[in-house]
Design a protein around this ligand. Sequence first.
Ligand code: 3HC
Length: 293
Amino acid sequence: MARTFHTVGVVGLGTMGAGIAEVFARAGLSVIGVEVDAAALERGRDNLRRSTERAVARGRMTPGERDDILARVGFTGALADLRDADLVVEAIPEVMDYKRALFADLDRVCRPDAVLATNTSSLSVTAIAAFTSRPGQVVGMHFFNPAPVMRLVEVVGTVVTEDGLTADVAELARRVGKTPVTVGDRAGFVVNRLLLGYLNHAVTLLERGVAAKDDIDTAMKTGAGLPMGPFTLLDLIGLDVSHEICEVLFQETRDRVHAPAPLLRELVTAGLLGRKSGRGFHDHAGAPRPPAS
Ligand code: 3HC
């Protein structure tokens, strides 16, 4: 019988996690948002408030709908509050040791039949599943930034995923207004595997002096019909996140296209992380700050 999901936990309420919580709450599901401490929880609450406020300001949501959405999201610092969740989506930083600790804890506190999902962008879902006693009930549910806007969800099954589970999770994605694609557990899945090679290559072109960054952005926007040029998109994703994904892809593929461009590494080392830090390839100091990650 197909699984149905009513209550969803989201662990980690940074840029992606808060957006994911909003997606579920907009679709009428009850959401339990979890963060590590009071300050992070407050930032998560703020992320959600700002995003829904933006929708109200654009006339896409009434103040009443915003209030309903916010009322559907509970905030807590205690993982134990996930005991009744049907599904938990993890959206914490991409560090395997953090995932290991979290999934072992989730396995302990969640109902035995609950599904555990990771929003990892490039780490192995199979490895994450192995940290639990229920690897068959662990899947990838990969959203895209900004999560309330981008329609795709990559649903990642592994060799041990229970029959029918990826189909049920894909159905949930459809229910919350997304377009699911089912993909295998390979680093970067589909989108990041193709996209990060391109973005990294754009940095290489810049390093080689082929064109200025604004001209590369303009070229790809107006010549290839993309909504953003590569440097604007790198700033949106976060240079640290992009660098990390390239590292993981390079480890797996050994394809030079994924070997992080030295300039990308340099900017990350200098703390120029993109929109979230106010500066990356472009200056965002005067722009409205996106939700904190
Ligand atoms: N949070 C919430 N909503 C946002 C938002 C944000 N950060 N940024 C934009 N929006 C909403 C706006 O409110 C607006 O909504 P409306 O149409 O309902 O009024 C809509 O998005 C369009 O926004 P704008 O008019 O301000 O700007 P654009 O038309 O330029 O669209 C964009 C912004 C949707 C971000 C578009 O430029 C785009 O699609 N860019 C490419 C994004 C992309 O490729 N994302 C994937 C990155 S890869 C990834 O996430 C994987 C991960 O693992 C790294």
